[in-house]
Design a protein around this ligand. Structure first.
Ligand code: FES
Ligand SMILES: [Fe+2]
Length: 324
C-alpha cells in the first residue's frame, strides 16, 4: 500500500453504483492495493482482492449463497470476509486464519467510496446534492490518466486556462481576464469566489459572463458551483489514486437546467469527455509530475491564488502522495 496517511484515511471512489448493477463483482486498485468490490442483497463490500489460499484474485470469482466464491478452488467467503466453506473438504471447518482483509465502503452521489484506513471525515460534501430541483448524474470514469491527482485537481481549480485549453468552449483568448476574487481556507478546505469568466456560448444562445465558486474539499476532490443567467450547475471532480501514475477521474454533475438524470448524463458525458481530454493532454505533459509544494518552485501570479492556497493547504495537511 502506498504510505500516505492523509490518503489512506480518506475516502476514494472506486466504482459507480451503476457499474455494480451491471457487474456485481468488480476489481480495482487503490493506493497500490488490489481491491474487490461486490454487492449482494443491496449491501456493498470492499476487500483486499486476494484469496488467502493460493493468492488468486477474488474479483474473478462470483457470488454464491450470499458469499463471494474464489474462482480457483471455490472457497466461500461470507460478508465478514471469513471463509465458511471449502468445497473440496465439505466435512472440514475452514481454518480460523482463512480471512480476507476488509475495508470500509459507502455509497454517495452515485459512487462507491472506499477507505483503506480510519476515516477522519465523511465523504466530501456536494453542496447541490440535497437540492431536489436539480437533476444529478455521474459522468465517467475517465481512466488510465498518467498523472498524479494533485496536478489534476489543481488544473480543475485553475480558471485561467479556459480560454487557451478550451478555446471557444469555456473561454475566449481575447477576453482572458478573471477579475478580482477572494480565496479563503475553511473547515472543509479551500474556497474561492467570485471567479468571473467570459464564455463564448454558455447558455447555448449567446455569449456572456459566468461566475464560479470553487472548492477543494479534499486533497483529491474539488467542486465548483457555476452561476449562469437562468441556471446553476454544480460539478465535482474526484480523482482515484490507483498507483503513483495511474489515476481515474469521476465527475458528478447537478443542474437546475434539467429534470432527468438520464438526459443529463447523455448531454454532459460527451461534453465533459471532450473537455477533459484537452485537460489530460496538458496535465500529462506537466513536469515535474509531482506537484511542487515549495512555493519557490514554479512561478505564481495573482490569477494563481487558488492554486497557491491549494498547495499551502496540502503542505499543512502533510500530503506526500503526488507532491514534492
Ligand atoms: S486460491 Fe482461492 S480457493 Fe484456492
Ligand atoms: Fe480544463
Amino acid at each position: 500500500m502506498i504510505d500516505d496517511p492523509v490518503l489512506v484515511n480518506d475516502w476514494h471512489p472506486l466504482a459507480s453504483v451503476k457499474m455494480l448493477e451491471q457487474k456485481p463483482v468488480f476489481g480495482s486498485r487503490l493506493l497500490g492495493e488490489d481491491i474487490v468490490i461486490w454487492k449482494d442483497q443491496g449491501h456493498y463490500y470492499a476487500w483486499q482482492d486476494l484469496c488467502i489460499h493460493r493468492g488468486a484474485k477474488l474479483s474473478l470469482g462470483k457470488i454464491k449463497d450470499n458469499c463471494l466464491m474464489c474462482p480457483y478452488h471455490g472457497w466461500y467467503y461470507d460478508k465478514d470476509g471469513k471463509c465458511i466453506f471449502i468445497p473440496t473438504h465439505p466435512e472440514q471447518t475452514p481454518p480460523a486464519k482463512a480471512l480476507v482483509k476488509t475495508y470500509l465502503v459507502t455509497e454517495a452521489y452515485g459512487l462507491l467510496w472506499v477507505c483503506l484506513g480510519q476515516p477522519e471525515k465523511e465523504v466530501p460534501p456536494f453542496p447541490e446534492w440535497p437540492n431536489s430541483q436539480m437533476a444529478k448524474a455521474v459522468c465517467g470514469p475517465y481512466e488510465h490518466l498518467k498523472a498524479h491527482g494533485p496536478r489534476l485537481i489543481e488544473n480543475y481549480l485553475d480558471a485561467a486556462h479556459f480560454p487557451f485549453v478550451h478555446e471557444n468552449v469555456l473561454g475566449d483568448p481575447d477576453k482572458p481576464m478573471l477579475g478580482e476574487f477572494e480565496v479563503r481556507q475553511t473547515s472543509e478546505g479551500i474556497a474561492s469566489d467570485p471567479i468571473r469568466v467570459y464564455q463564448p456560448n454558455p447558455y447555448g444562445d449567446s455569449a456572456g459572463e459566468v461566475t464560479y465558486t470553487y472548492h477543494a474539499f479534499r486533497p483529491l476532490t474539488a467542486h465548483f458551483t457555476k452561476h449562469m443567467k437562468g441556471a446553476t450547475n454544480g460539478m465535482m471532480l474526484t480523482v482515484t489514486p490507483h498507483d503513483e501514475l495511474d489515476s481515474t477521474a469521476w465527475f458528478v454533475v447537478a443542474t437546475t437546467a434539467m429534470k432527468d438524470t438520464e438526459a443529463l448524463a447523455a448531454d454532459y458525458e460527451p461534453r465533459i469527455r471532450a473537455i477533459f481530454e484537452e485537460d489530460r493532454a496538458i496535465v500529462e505533459s506537466q513536469r515535474p509530475e509531482l506537484l511542487p509544494l515549495d512555493l519557490q518552485a514554479e512561478l505564481h501570479l495573482r490569477s494563481d491564488r487558488v492554486a497557491i492556497a491549494y498547495r499551502k493547504w496540502l503542505r499543512e495537511l502533510g500530503l506526500k502522495f503526488g507532491t514534492a
